[in-house]
Design a protein around this ligand. Structure first.
Ligand SMILES: *[C@@H]1O[C@H](CO)[C@@H](O)[C@H](O)[C@H]1NC(C)=O
Length: 331
């Protein structure tokens, strides 16, 4: 199975040419979308923005433009997508949507919403779906499961969206969630033991065995250590958005941000035409990692390591217009 998947990713080469409305219009002659006389979300987005853009439309327009121009500046070679690159794209064939999920950026709630959107009435309220159910692979379809022509069709005609977050804050959130919660024993065993073995001087036998008391700095040392990435790709909870969602190859129509989550979610649900019936779940404020909290975690991290970490996540900073106060010269 693993071998087949592996071979498949070598053989399957996906050519995806960007063409905004041209092909969408061909496909939906007469303005029908799945037999209904209305526009697809992709058409809704680009039609409405042309007349008199509201401030939220203008903001999304400028996010798209910044993303496109940054990609142009920093990526020289064009590469083609393989099915392996599409494992984070969740498909909604009912509404014509592709969502690239990024862990630690409200992804559980977006998966819940995608389950409501694709469930054909099975679910009504996203907030009532248990978190673990949202992460059951068979509950959602991924773009990588489709054939090449089906993939190309969806990449051209569906509205593609992504949600991003300030990279250092996302790292703090990943650290808190995976290394400071006692119940996450799988992560402690899989990553914690290795991190302690490599990055702690004179570790105790118990710490080596359990891997459950990794400090934030040890976690960062692990990330910036070149050996880490040579061994295997980063775990998705700290992998760069650039590597998870390929935003310079897949042209996202809506770039949502964690910092403006409520507004962006509402904007998107309205574009899809479900603004009145589907409500984005409000996240619990008590456990949320805030920017102030992230700054506190980074306060004691030596500048040398911050700089190396910044370089590691540089594309995510640049593509999505984030800056680190300590490195203002980057733009
Ligand atoms: C980038 O961020 C700055 C500061 O937060 C903001 O003023 C500017 O409008 C943003 N630019 C884009 C294209 O989103």
């Amino acid at each position: 199975m693993a071998l087949a998947t592996c071979l498949g990713s070598f053989i399957l080469v996906i050519f995806y040419f960007q063409s905004h409305l041209g092909s969408a219009e061909e496909q939906f002659l007469g303005g029908r979308w799945h037999g209904k006389p209305r526009r697809s979300p992709l058409q809704a987005l680009y039609d409405s923005a042309q007349l008199e853009p509201s401030s939220i439309q203008a903001m999304h327009q400028s996010r798209r433009e910044l993303l496109a121009s940054t990609c142009k500046t920093y990526t020289r070679k064009r590469r083609v997508l393989t099915s392996d690159d599409l494992k984070h794209l969740v498909v909604d064939d009912t509404h014509g949507l592709l969502y690239c999920y990024v862990p630690k950026v409200a992804c559980t709630n977006w998966k819940r919403v995608m389950m409501v959107l694709t469930g054909q009435g099975k679910y009504k309220d996203p907030s009532l779906i248990p978190a673990n159910e949202a992460h059951v692979p068979s509950n959602l379809r991924l773009l990588s499961e489709f054939s090449t022509s089906e993939i190309n069709y969806r990449l051209r005609n569906y509205l593609k969206f992504i949600f991003v977050r300030e990279p250092f804050e996302r790292l703090v959130s990943a650290y808190r969630n995976k290394f400071t919660r006692t119940y996450n024993t799988a992560f402690h065993k899989r990553y914690g033991t290795k991190i302690i073995e490599r990055h702690r001087r004179d570790p105790s036998v118990e710490a080596l065995e359990r891997g459950n008391d990794v400090t934030f700095e040890e976690f960062l040392y692990y990330l910036v250590d070149p050996v880490t990435q040579r061994e295997e790709p980063f775990n998705e909870h700290w992998e760069r958005v650039h590597s998870l969602c390929h935003p310079c190859i897949i042209h996202y129509d809506v770039v949502g941000k964690y910092e403006t989550l409520e507004d962006d979610a509402e904007y998107l649900l309205q574009l899809i035409g479900v603004g009145d019936s589907v409500k984005f779940p409000s996240s619990s404020k008590t456990t949320r990692t805030t920017d102030g909290m992230a700054a506190e975690f980074f306060k004691t991290v030596p500048l040398f390591y911050q700089r190396r970490l910044f370089n590691l996540y540089k594309m995510d900073f640049l593509l999505f217009n984030y800056t680190v106060p300590r490195f203002p010269k980057i733009h």
